[in-house]
Design a protein around this ligand. Structure first.
Ligand code: NAD
Length: 361
């Protein structure tokens, strides 16, 4: 298979971790006889420094011309005082919009090798945690109009609009049901239909779409209950389907309980065109340039790129197995370090995973 991948290293630890993700992809290409052509483009603070804008046109063009986009992270204190529309994070929102990425998929998986890092009590952690949050990414209260800040009757007022149309709900529901078909065939739709009209429509449309997926079990939870259930017994969840704002919060909650931000990948998909694959963490300016960052979230994002972007399931499995082998062999970066394990830096961790890819059958 021949594919073009557009690399967006971004800021902070971005370039260091992305280099390790690319090394894993190159190892897969060599081992499995694929050709991956890498293009690189600027985004975030790096693009502001070079081109005075967080998302140059050339970056958008390169991303659109590629088969997948592989991003590290953007942002840092250097650019924190810029106006909102000039900040590095604008580059991220902009590229999601340009690529029409309406579905964000975030797995939260507690690897047995890292069970001690889990923030939950051992008897809860033992039941396992292997779920994926499918979050709608381009609608909801984050984008709804009208929005604004005003003075009304002498009082300052802030307002936003929570809004979804049925087509937006249908397409994200399909992504969730399709995802469940590749997993344990369970979808839990999360909303607040006891209070919000938007959520009532959400629930109604999800139930309609479900008629095409009778092999998948569908359940419903209010968002407040879902937040509780995630810490009480996350093993009950397979796929959580939810809107933009609830998904923002729940996906962070689900991932942090695994205890290791540096381990968690994500994918954002549109209806056609390239998907975007990135670790969930930020640019960790406190670690930048010190070879201390954990590259595994980025390497696992490369696995998602292969599986969801290119349909290369066996190759994605191989990367995930190589990561688990490296952990089982006792190697850890600082963020996941435990007593009795061997501390390694970002580059060494990447090299160990690449070696494991080469060695595994
Ligand atoms: P962060 O995720 O960068 O860091 C939070 C904490 O986790 C820090 O202590 C950091 O050292 C640690 N950490 C993060 N990734 C790690 C890794 N791979 N290995 C080891 N430790 C890791 O979040 P923050 O500090 O809130 O934000 C820093 C910058 O990143 C800000 O400018 C923010 O806007 C940006 N940010 C970008 C993204 C993105 O690009 N998708 C996401 C979140 C934050």
């Amino acid at each position: 298979m021949e594919k073009t991948i557009c690399l967006l290293p971004g800021d902070g630890i971005g370039p260091e971790i992305l280099a390790q993700g690319v090394a894993a992809l190159k190892a897969i290409a060599a081992k499995c006889d694929h050709k991956f052509v890498f293009e690189e483009a600027a985004i975030g603070g790096a693009a502001i420094d070079k081109f005075s804008e967080p998302l140059p046109k050339d970056t958008v063009a390169k991303c659109k011309a590629s088969d997948a986009v592989f991003l590290a992270a953007v942002g840092g204190p250097k650019w924190d005082n810029l106006p909102a529309n000039k900040r590095p994070e604008r580059g991220l929102l902009g590229i999601r919009k340009e690529l029409g990425l309406f579905a964000n998929l975030r797995p939260a998986l507690l690897l047995p090798e890292l069970a001690n890092a889990c923030l939950l009590r051992p008897e809860i952690a033992q039941k396992g945690l292997d779920l994926i949050v499918v979050r709608e990414l381009t609608g909801d209260i984050y984008f709804g109009e009208p929005r604004g800040l005003e003075v009304k009757n002498g009082l300052r007022v802030g307002f936003n609009t929570m809004i979804y149309d049925e087509n937006e709900i249908k397409r994200i529901a399909r992504v969730a049901f399709e995802t469940a078909r590749k997993r344990r065939h369970k979808v839990c739709s999360v909303e607040k239909s006891n209070v919000l009209e938007t959520s009532r429509l959400w629930k109604e449309v999800v139930m309609e779409v479900h008629k095409d997926y009778s092999d998948v079990e569908l359940t419903h939870l209010y968002v407040d209950n879902a937040a509780m259930q995630l810490v009480r017994d996350p093993s009950q969840f397979d796929v959580i389907l939810t809107g933009n704002i609830f998904g923002d919060i729940l996906s962070d909650e689900a991932s942090v309980i695994t205890g290791s931000l540096g381990m968690l990948p994500s994918a954002s998909m549109g209806s056609d065109g390239p998907g975007l694959f990135e670790p969930i963490h930020g640019s960790a300016p406190d670690l930048a340039g010190q070879d201390k960052a954990n590259p595994l979230a980025t390497i696992l994002s490369a696995a998602m790129l292969l599986r969801l972007g290119f349909g290369l399931t066996a190759e994605a499995d191989l990367i995930e197995k190589a990561v688990r082998k490296t952990l089982a062999d006792g190697f850890r970066t600082g963020d996941i370090m435990e007593e009795g394990k061997t501390l390694v830096g970002c580059q060494k961790m990447g090299e160990l995973v690449t070696q494991a890819i080469n060695d595994l059958a």
